[in-house]
Design a protein around this ligand. Structure first.
Ligand code: FAD
Length: 532
């Protein structure tokens, strides 16, 4: 029997990120992962979206870039339901990508979590979970047999078939789509020449177009990767589904290409083969008492490219709230804001990925017209920018209770360059420690004084920046802005700040009581009690 603060089930990107974030917040997690070794099988080939910015704020992006073949960069385009969204025209695209195979991502996240002191047990499968008012328990089967771990909370980061979700009785409604996608990365065989525009010139067959080719039987897509390999994908409707346990083979990919394109396309050596069916599902609740869900355990999207972003962002949102609950200072309802905020973000992600299904499915002229129209609309800057932000999850503004209606309230904090008495810094640098910050941008002693009672939990920083967006920002550990002091509107902002600090960071160390002094000649005066 072991006793820890939090048990994380699953060491995918979500579970590993959560472990690192919990350690930054001073919590002892143990990660239980059923696979004995780090993942070797390919899944994602890279990831995109808002999490890249957050990883930069944590100082982790450099390390991930070093593990990749290149650096993160604005996505030149994005396959949106068979429509190639061209983002190259945006000077500051909201959608960034990093090409990094998922096994490498998980290796870096694993190393970082361990460096921060997280315990990760591989080869330990969770076989049961329970909870009562006092805590949660997990039964695990490891190399030494079955044992029990007790903890304050359990987080199921155990993927789409989550046992934790099912054991907690949390419904996972949605749809499994009949399209079967087969994916292969292959070397270019001698009989194929890749032309300058990416098209393939195949001996005996002629030219095969790069990008998407739609036929009556399905969709064929091909592209040339920076590694020099060909990426081939087919999509076919197979209502009977496929057997997930049968390994994907080159022959299966070749047969599928023949059905879709009606030709025998020569394929080189396979370096990566996979097959998947899309699902659109979301857990009804991300929390059931002491059991929480994050990542694929909470949501599955019917399009690629956003699963890692959404899952790791769940982890960052959850970690500091869970830490507050473990440390015993969480204000009422704080942990429930995890469901409110991230379920909302998951629903937005489902919205755009299900729209992609509708866009890519049709094979008739009406569907072609829809795709053409969407492409045409996306040549204008405003809808293009909006689409990029939607795919990235960068448009998420959490619906905060009683927001002061400032455009930044609930949004991700922009990386402002800052000048301080101690030199130049930036919001990104200040966020490395994952501590909340009151960023005073207008030298406001009233706000700094108010925040003093929370200084054990909230860092207060005074700085100048060009183009000051507000007088002050209260930034949560997940990078989202909890409260804004609008520029040059000092009335009552200190009282508002006090309320926001209490709502997000609990009771102050010492309550400032208004003391009414009735001494000679006095006016009513508010004074602070002595500290001590
Ligand atoms: C072919 C393919 C391509 C993809 N491409 C992309 C892409 O380009 N970009 C992108 O962002 N996303 C992509 N995805 C999706 C992405 O891989 C997932 O969204 C991501 O892996 C989710 O991470 P997770 O940590 O939530 O869950 P997972 O990665 O599924 O991790 C769950 C972990 O829990 C473990 N586990 C399960 N049950 C137990 C148990 N009972 N006890 C202990 N451990 C358990 C599993 O072994 C696993 O390691 C792709 C997926 C596939 C299949």
């Amino acid at each position: 029997m072991t006793d820890v603060d939090v048990i994380i089930v699953g060491a995918g990107p979500t579970g590993l990120m959560l472990a690192a974030e919990l350690r930054l917040a001073g919590v002892r997690p143990v990660v239980l992962e059923r696979q004995p070794r780090l993942r070797e099988t390919p899944k994602a080939n890279g990831f995109s979206g808002q999490i890249l910015e957050l990883l930069r704020y944590r100082g982790l992006l450099d390390r991930l870039e070093a593990a990749s073949t290149g650096s993160s960069h604005p996505a030149p385009g994005f396959p949106f339901g068979g429509v190639q969204v061209d983002l190259q025209h945006l000077a500051d695209s909201p959608l960034r990508v990093l090409g990094l195979p998922q096994p490498r991502l998980e290796q870096v996240l694993d190393e970082r979590a361990r460096e921060l002191g997280a315990e990760i047990r591989r080869g330990h499968e969770v076989v049961g979970v329970g909870q009562d008012a006092a805590g949660a328990t997990v039964d695990a089967r490891g190399p030494g047999g079955t044992y029990r771990v007790i903890a304050r909370y359990v987080v199921g980061c155990d993927g789409g078939r989550s046992r934790i979700r099912d054991s907690a009785g949390i419904p996972f409604p949605g749809t499994t789509y009949p399209e079967v996608n087969r994916l292969g990365q292959v070397t270019v065989p001698d009989s194929v020449t890749v032309l300058d525009n990416g098209d393939l010139d195949v001996a005996g067959l002629g030219r095969i177009r790069a990008g998407f080719t739609r036929t009556d039987r399905g969709v064929f897509a091909c592209g040339w990767l920076a590694s020099g390999r060909l990426l081939i994908q087919t999509t076919e409707d197979e209502p009977a589904g496929v057997d997930d346990d049968t390994p994907m083979t080159l022959a299966e990919l070749r047969d599928s290409i023949r059905r879709v394109l009606g030709v025998d396309l020569p394929l080189g050596e396979p370096l990566r083969l996979s097959r998947y069916q899309f699902q659109a599902r979301q857990a009804e609740r991300y929390r059931d008492g002491r059991i929480l869900l994050a990542g694929d355990a909470g949501h599955l999207f019917p399009a690629t490219g956003i699963g890692i972003n959404t899952g790791m962002t769940d982890a960052v949102n959850l970690a500091w709230k869970l830490a507050a609950a473990v440390h015993g200072w969480a204000p009422a309802g704080l942990l429930d804001t995890y469901h409110d905020e991230r379920h909302f973000a998951g629903t937005r992600a489902l919205l755009q990925t299900q729209a992609q299904v509708a866009l890519r499915r049709g094979h008739d002229p009406a569907a072609e017209a829809l795709r053409e129209l969407v492409l045409e609309l996306l040549t204008d800057e405003q809808p293009l920018r909006r689409m990029g932000a939607l795919i990235a999850g960068a448009d998420i503004r959490y619906p905060l209770p009683n927001p002061n209606h400032h455009a930044l309230a609930g949004a991700f904090a922009p990386d402002l360059p800052l000048r301080t008495d101690h030199g130049a810094t930036s919001v990104a640098e200040l966020m490395r420690t994952a501590r909340p910050i009151l960023l005073d941008l207008a030298d406001r002693p009233d706000l700094r004084e108010t925040a003093r009672d929370w200084q054990h939990r909230v860092d207060v920083r005074t700085a100048e920046t060009d183009h000051r967006p507000a007088d002050a920002l209260l930034i949560r550990p997940d990078g989202h802005i909890a409260w804004v002091a609008p520029a040059d509107e000092p009335t009552d902002t200190a009282a508002e700040l006090r309320e926001a600090l209490s709502r997000w960071f609990g009771t102050p160390r010492k309550t400032t009581m208004p003391v009414i002094s009735l001494g000679a000649g006095s006016a009513l005066r508010h004074t602070r009690p002595d500290r001590g």
